[in-house]
Design a protein around this ligand. Structure first.
Ligand SMILES: *[C@@H]1O[C@H](CO)[C@@H](O)[C@H](O)[C@H]1NC(C)=O
Ligand SMILES: *[C@@H]1O[C@H](CO)[C@@H](O)[C@H](O)[C@H]1NC(C)=O
Ligand SMILES: *[C@@H]1O[C@H](CO)[C@@H](O)[C@H](O)[C@H]1NC(C)=O
Ligand SMILES: *[C@@H]1O[C@H](CO)[C@@H](O)[C@H](O)[C@H]1NC(C)=O
Ligand SMILES: *[C@@H]1O[C@H](CO)[C@@H](O)[C@H](O)[C@H]1NC(C)=O
Ligand SMILES: *[C@@H]1O[C@H](CO)[C@@H](O)[C@H](O)[C@H]1NC(C)=O
Ligand SMILES: *[C@@H]1O[C@H](CO)[C@@H](O)[C@H](O)[C@H]1NC(C)=O
Length: 569
């Protein structure tokens, strides 16, 4: 640059002036760019402060003053100028006692000032409440009451779905917690229509209490447009409603109807005795994220179910996005045996584009609340993952050991480090000694070479949680516990997560990593082979399962095995 300028400088004066002019122009251009930069930066900071979610403190509740104010304009034309003004207000008053100041403040900013309200205000609150609810659309008699299934919330600007509803009285609050999916930022305001049976004598009649909902987006959203969320409805009296509908406007006929699930009475069995004194009782449940892509790996799902049963798991919950015919048939068999629950999972959102992997965080948290008080411990794992204790026969023995040795009684979850058993690595030579094609095809017996280095906790780790102490479940760790509980990082010599898959970043480079042979699964070889063979035989005809064959490499490998010693000599 310098060289060029000085060269130019030595030429005629006119050219020099031109260069100066160009320089000045450049300088002012850079100045302009700097000003622009600060301008844009300022706008970003401004919006961050005033419009982006104000993450709630302890509870992580999201309150959106900014967006509510904006929404107010649009709402004014639709909701508030109609004949049901008074009902909305009553509902706010009903809910106000249970809501925190932020929410109420936001509602009043978004809503109307109390002064503008009609006569009703002067009458007794209970009388006016009944009067108000009476004028809202009735219980959707023709909807079937379901315990889990995606349903629409009508008249929202963005997609809004609800799946299931649970009574939750932990943390000193009494709420109906609805599992839903909605916009990650600036979730829309919705209302809860809580349905109560009108009386002992008339089971078909319902009365409602309508309260504003509080929305809490589940933290793991991968920055996509939609997220799994909790829609929380505060209860205003001692009775637990039988059902709930979520509506965008109180005057909308409810487009969804969810049975309120309350397992609380089933408690004594599970956790009350877990890890207290004497021989502890554990009840282990497994939750698996939605099955998709016509999932149809018959042997894999049998191995998964049978192996976990051997380890002490009593129940499995799956979500059915799309399942192939063989797995469908296998699961139905396990459903009949009471071992498996399969819930429909028809979420109208594009996986990975709109929402993370079929909305898996809604599934995991649905399973968490569905299992609460029924199972003392919950494994949230995938079909290619096994939490295998190194020296114990069952997960119960392992829990006993942890609670005695590591004083883990108050822990809400137990984290297990991830170990990749890459499928590209050769099968264990032992496989070729098995005469049984079932044994020779089980991934936990075939694949015994694992990456030596384990991932640290929280990175690809999986966990066992105690549902009663857990508020929000994530994929690799628990996001929120009931206060006073935390995670125990289980030492790798007690148990690790065996993860059977191909290289996580594609290609084959991963198998160059240093590796170790880990035959922990061989401890279960006979019981596992027996159990899977029995299941396979039982279902081969019924589910049209393919005949299993010895792995194709068998003959060659046996030959190699035979030749190897002589070659090395
Ligand atoms: C419910 O269905 C019945 C017949 O199936 C119909 O007569 C009735 O009008 C429906 N009620 C509502 C509220 O849609
Ligand atoms: C039950 O309540 C419904 C709705 O209020 C009413 O239409 C019906 O007649 C009642 N049935 C009985 C047996 O009282
Ligand atoms: C709570 O409200 C519902 C609906 O009004 C009513 O049916 C129920 O009896 C109430 N429960 C108590 C304990 O007041
Ligand atoms: C909800 O919206 C869908 C689609 O717009 C419509 O078919 C359905 O009738 C609505 N339900 C109610 C109860 O308004
Ligand atoms: C559930 O438990 C509570 C308190 O222990 C008890 O009052 C209630 O009757 C129980 N309900 C059922 C349906 O068992
Ligand atoms: C899975 O969903 C499909 C389609 O809705 C259904 O036909 C099938 O019966 C379901 N399978 C199970 C095991 O729930
Ligand atoms: C469970 O495993 C631990 C080591 O991880 C061992 O000390 C303990 O004795 C085992 N318990 C049983 C019942 O085998």
């Amino acid at each position: 640059m310098y060289k060029r300028l000085s060269k130019m400088g030595s030429s005629s004066g006119g050219k020099k002036k031109y260069v100066n002019f160009r320089n000045r122009q450049r300088a002012s251009l850079s100045f302009f760019i700097v000003v622009m930069f600060f301008g844009v930066f300022g706008i970003i900071v401004f919006t961050e402060i005033f419009f982006i979610d104000e993450r709630g403190r302890a509870a992580g509740v999201i309150v959106r003053r900014g967006s509510l104010t904006i929404q107010h304009k649009q709402d004014k034309n639709s909701d508030y100028d109609d004949g049901f003004q008074s009902d909305d207000y009553i509902s706010i008053r009903v809910g106000a006692a249970m809501m925190n100041d932020d929410t109420l403040g936001a509602l009043l900013i978004g809503g109307r000032p109390p002064v503008a309200l009609p006569v009703i205000e002067h009458s007794a609150p209970s009388a006016s409440k009944v009067y108000a609810e009476h004028f809202l659309p009735p219980y959707p008699e023709n909807s079937t009451l379901i315990e889990g299934g995606w349903q629409n919330v009508n008249n929202t600007r963005y997609k809004f779905f609800v799946f299931s509803a649970f009574y939750d009285e932990r943390k000193g609050q009494r709420i109906i917690r609805v599992i839903g999916a909605t916009k990650t930022r600036g979730a829309e305001r919705v209302w809860c229509r809580l349905w109560y049976k009108a009386g002992e004598f008339n089971s078909s009649a319902h009365v409602s209490i309508t309260v504003p909902a509080k929305i809490k987006v589940i933290r793991e959203n991968w920055n996509l447009k939609y997220s799994a969320c909790f829609v929380m409805c505060p209860l205003t009296n001692k009775t637990i409603p039988a059902a709930v509908s979520i509506v965008a406007r109180t005057r909308d006929p409810p487009a969804n109807l969810l049975a309120v699930i309350n397992n609380h009475n089933e408690t004594a069995l599970g956790m009350a005795s877990a890890g207290v004194s004497g021989p502890a009782q554990y009840k282990f449940g497994v939750c698996v994220k939605p099955l998709h892509f016509e999932y149809n790996r018959a042997l894999q799902i049998m191995e998964f179910i049978e192996f976990n049963r051997i380890l002490g798991v009593e129940h499995f919950t799956f979500y059915n996005h799309t399942i192939g015919s063989q797995v469908d048939c296998i699961l139905k068999d396990y459903i009949d045996k009471g071992l498996v629950t399969v819930l429909p999972w028809k979420l109208n959102m594009a996986s990975q584009k709109d929402i993370r992997t079929e909305g898996l965080f809604a599934a995991l948290n649905d399973c968490l609340y569905r299992s609460m008080y029924k199972y003392s411990h919950l494994l949230l794992i995938d079909l290619d993952e096994y939490i295998l204790p190194k020296y114990n026969d069952t997960l119960g023995q392992m829990m006993d050991y942890l609670s005695r040795r590591l004083k883990s009684r108050t822990h809400g979850s137990y984290s297990f480090q991830n170990a990749f058993f890459y499928l590209q690595w050769d099968d264990d030579d032992f496989v070729y000694n098995f005469e049984d094609p079932v044994a020779a095809n089980l991934v936990t017996l075939k694949k015994t070479r694992r990456k030596t280095k384990l991932h640290p906790h929280k990175q690809r780790s999986k966990y066992i949680c105690r549902p009663e102490m857990t508020v929000e479940a994530g994929n690799h760790f628990v996001w929120e516990f009931i206060p006073g509980h935390g995670t125990l990082n289980v030492p790798a010599d007690t148990a690790i997560l065996h993860h059977y898959r191909i290289c996580e970043f594609g290609g084959d480079d991963c198998i160059k990593a240093s590796s170790t042979v880990d035959r922990t699964a061989y401890h279960f070889k006979d019981s596992l082979t027996g159990a899977v063979r029995a299941a396979y035989n039982r279902l081969t005809d019924k589910c049209a399962l393919p005949e299993l064959t010895m792995p194709s490499g068998k003959v060659l490998n046996k030959l190699m095995q035979f030749l190897k010693p002589s070659l090395e000599r």
